[in-house]
Design a binder for this molecule. Structure first.
Ligand SMILES: Cc1cc2nc3c(=O)[nH]c(=O)nc-3n(C[C@H](O)[C@H](O)[C@H](O)COP(=O)(O)OP(=O)(O)OC[C@H]3O[C@@H](n4cnc5c(N)ncnc54)[C@H](O)[C@@H]3O)c2cc1C
Length: 390
């Protein structure tokens, strides 16, 4: 039976995450307004707290509650800020890709590095089968050539899981992932991207020019190009099933922050949110707030369900897309609705609400846009193949 009950330890962990988030929030505006700066790995206040990541140390790989707790921790951290952390943990999207596609030896070798994941190119985003970056085998080395854009953790990562094609005419089947370490000659970070929101986040563009990596850096170690066009792509899909609920949780934390701020502002104005009263007895503002809160809770449940299934080692392809699509829409409705309720307070840079409004926009873009998630959902529910519905 599905069960999201938290242990006493998990509740303690989430309490600490909340305290840390409040500290991080103090720095949020500074790094939003100084996009060229990176938040430090440790804030000065970090010495006052035990390391939050130590809570995870004693949990074993067969602890099925881990994915659910990880979602709640992520949402708790972004309740403070999208990018600023009391202490930055290791890891990035590429680590999930390594876990999904790498052999046990590759995971052992590179699992300790912070890895980004580079699929998107100037001419390829929603449809990763259009990847133009090439990998050509030359003796015992792969030679990589191409360009990647909007790579999260691109500047700070120590390596990247790079998607490249062995044979453009093979479409999806020709695409493989490669581990490229940061100091490899021919691999350059071209620039840091400038953005509407999540400005402090490290998003970069990469160039690969005759970049040579050892043959064994092909993840999974399988150099064949499968005949079936879906075969070479399983790694991407497996990665997304792990990362889509995670990015939804990140958005959820910011929507909750917006709701909490709005509730506090209403309270200061003498308007209490009352639960359990009938619609007829509520003011329009309270009714609107409650609607936004209900949307947020619905989104949260879709995220926890997708994470719970992954913890139980059950397929979650449908649920990962549902939670990403639902949350991507909800966080926009919620932050915009909070601005509707608060008016000028909502757009003033004296407060963080306008920043959360900008920051949540990404939830519906990266890891597959809302349109793509809705298409995957339709395919799964209606039993269409990719060829029938794309
Ligand atoms: C801050 C940020 C961080 C990112 N981090 C990463 C990262 O770490 N690694 C990485 O590889 N990429 C990353 N991306 C890229 C992101 O995943 C892509 O931007 C996204 O997948 C969309 O691709 P695109 O920009 O090429 O848009 P396009 O694919 O050109 O889509 C444009 C529009 O068309 C719609 N559309 C496209 N195809 C269809 C269809 N078949 N049916 C209906 N509508 C469709 C899309 O939904 C979208 O609205 C990041 C992007 C941003 C902004």
């Amino acid at each position: 039976m599905i069960d999201f009950t938290l242990t006493e330890n998990d509740q303690k962990l989430l309490g600490q995450v909340r305290e840390e988030a409040l500290v991080a929030r103090k720095y949020a505006r500074h790094y939003d307004e100084n996009e060229h700066e990176f938040p430090p790995d440790r804030l000065p206040e970090a010495d006052d707290f035990p390391n939050v990541y130590s809570h995870f140390k004693d949990r074993t790989a067969d602890d099925t509650s881990m994915p659910v707790i990880s979602m709640l921790v992520s949402a708790g951290q972004t309740w403070g800020d999208y990018s600023v952390r009391l202490q930055r943990g290791k890891g990035g999207l590429g680590n999930a890709a390594l876990r999904a596609s790498g052999t046990p030896e590759q995971q052992e070798k590179w699992g300790g590095l912070t890895l980004s994941m580079a699929i998107t190119e100037p001419g390829c985003g929603s449809d990763p089968s259009k990847v133009q970056t090439t990998a050509v085998l030359d003796g015992d080395e792969w030679v990589l050539n191409g360009e990647k854009i909007f790579v999260t953790t691109g500047c700070r990562c120590e390596g990247v899981v790079l998607w490249a094609t062995l044979d453009k005419s093979a479409g999806r089947a020709g695409i493989k992932s490669f581990l490229v370490e940061k100091d490899t000659p021919g691999f350059t970070v071209a620039h840091k991207e400038k953005k509407l929101g999540i400005r402090a986040d490290d998003t970069a563009a990469f160039v690969f020019k005759d970049c040579r990596i050892p043959r064994e850096n092909l993840l999974g170690g399988d150099e064949s190009i499968p005949k079936e066009s879906s075969g070479g792509f399983k790694g991407v899909l497996k990665t997304f099933n792990m990362t889509r609920p995670a990015v939804a949780a990140i958005g959820l934390g910011m929507a909750r922050a917006a709701l909490d701020f709005t509730r506090d502002q209403l309270r200061e104005a003498g308007i209490e949110i009352e639960y359990g009263t009938r619609l007829q007895g509520q003011s329009a503002i309270v009714a609107k707030y409650l609607e936004l809160e209900a949307l947020t809770e619905a989104a949260e449940l879709t995220i926890l369900r997708a994470a719970w299934l992954s913890g139980e080692s059950q397929p979650n392809n449908l649920e990962a897309s549902v939670c990403k699509a639902k949350t991507g829409t909800v966080v926009r409705q919620v932050t915009q609705g909070c601005i509707d309720i608060l008016g000028p307070l909502g757009v003033s840079r004296e407060h963080l609400l306008e920043k959360w409004f900008r920051d949540v926009r990404i939830t519906d873009i990266y890891e597959g846009t809302g349109e793509i998630q809705r298409m995957i959902t339709a395919r799964e529910l209606l039993g269409y193949t990719r060829a029938e519905l794309s």
